[in-house]
Design a binder for this molecule. Structure first.
Ligand code: NAD
Ligand code: TDX
Length: 329
């Protein structure tokens, strides 16, 4: 199989490429990535001899048409992915997440190539803390931020292209990922690298917001289950029953890294901050037989802390600029 992976130099995409090279000797991978501030070509260095890398924009229609014409399937990770950035500067979220997805859809329609579109649980908005239900494939869309509304827009375009033009596509909406190679702007790596650089942990508001954490490899194995056995036109929610308050997560990080559990700062809350996300992944489990391998969040978190300790050369070059961006916001 000739597989085009958009956004393959980002956090989840790079882990997907590593997993694919490790476990799928029959797959030839081409990565298309714009190498924005979030893209790191060096994340693909260990697999460089097995991967063709194309530096370019998913919204570049001519380039995308050529690459799609050369492949059997596309997995579309490329996106602007950080809520805080979308609140400061929404424009690239529109051009990459919406126009980029549109560009890809037109190319897969022309070439009749299978597409798997990677999306997020944030398209559903948020749940009350005491809501007994969780997000399901049938939950109505109700996004809150420029980021989540741009992802919701992209999902709806994919659904329309399935219905109106009969393209072969699937969608997955996953909860919050953690693991190696995640940009230090995101919650977990930000706090780990704050501690590693003598800074303090930063908790938005009271820290009662809940996120449903999943290890990035469990997400990517679910993507492979959908590529292998998913039904065309269907949406699958991906989650591993990993609900934790932000306060619980920082307590674990502080204690695992040898600090007192109260050694953090409360900082100004994110505007429109979603309260809680929670995924019901019954469809994925029952229909495709997927099960998470990282069942204990503490083990996955410990491995992630170890990765950041051992790979300072990967995150150190972008740490100061990221913190300067937060400080000036
Ligand atoms: P990331 O920001 O780490 O990586 C995004 C990658 O896309 C980068 O390599 C970047 O260079 C590339 N990119 C950005 N704009 C591009 C463009 N115009 N053309 C080509 N490449 C471009 O993001 P991530 O956390 O790895 O997220 C990947 C996907 O997974 C996104 O679609 C995101 O919405 C989705 N997702 C993320 C999470 C999460 O917890 N991180 C959860 C659910 C879904
Ligand atoms: O310094 C921080 N302190 C803090 O308390 C940061 C950066 C975040 N937070 C909070 C905000 C959220 O409640 O931690 C939680 C997680 O924040 P992010 O890592 O920014 O993730 P989130 O906004 O939940 O979105 C993530 O999950 C869904 C990804 O960034 C998205 O790409 C994905 O779609």
């Amino acid at each position: 199989m000739r597989l085009l992976v958009t956004g393959g130099a980002g956090f989840i995409g790079a882990n997907f490429v590593h997993l694919t090279v490790r476990e799928r000797s029959d797959v030839q991978v081409t990565v298309l990535d714009k190498l924005t501030y979030a893209g790191r070509r060096e994340s693909l260095d260990p697999v460089a001899d097995r991967v063709r890398f194309v530096h370019g924009d998913v919204a570049d229609a001519d380039l995308v048409d050529r690459l799609v014409g050369e492949c059997d399937a596309v997995v579309h990770f490329a996106a602007e992915s950080h809520n805080d950035n979308s609140l400061r500067s929404p424009e690239p979220f529109i051009t990459t997440n919406i126009v980029g997805t549109f560009t890809l859809l037109e190319a897969v329609r022309r070439h009749q190539v299978r597409l798997h579109h990677i999306s997020t649980d944030e398209v559903f908005g948020d749940l009350a803390f005491d809501d007994p239900t969780r997000f399901m494939e049938t939950t109505p869309y109700n996004p809150s931020s420029p980021y989540s509304s741009s992802k919701a827009s992209a999902d709806l375009l994919v659904r329309a292209w399935v219905r109106s033009f009969g393209i072969e596509a699937t969608i997955s909406n996953c909860s919050n990922n953690y693991g190696p190679h995640q940009h230090v702007e995101k919650f977990i790596p930000r706090q780990i690298t704050n501690l590693l650089t003598g800074r303090r942990v930063k908790l938005y508001g009271e820290g009662l917001n809940v996120r449903d954490w999943i290890h990035v490899d469990d997400h990517n194995r679910a993507v492979w289950a959908i590529l292998d056995r998913g039904e065309m036109g269907e949406t699958y929610l991906i989650g591993a029953d990993g609900e934790q308050t932000n306060r619980e997560v920082i307590t674990l990080i502080l204690e695992m890294m040898g600090h007192h559990r109260d050694d953090f700062d409360h900082v100004t809350d994110r505007p429109g901050h979603d309260l809680r996300y929670a995924i019901d992944a019954t469809k994925l489990r029952d229909e495709l037989g997927w099960e998470p391998q990282y069942r204990d969040f503490k083990d996955g978190l410990a491995a992630t802390i170890k990765w950041y300790r051992n790979n300072e050369e990967w995150w150190r070059p972008v740490k100061d600029a990221t913190e300067a961006g937060y400080a000036s916001a």
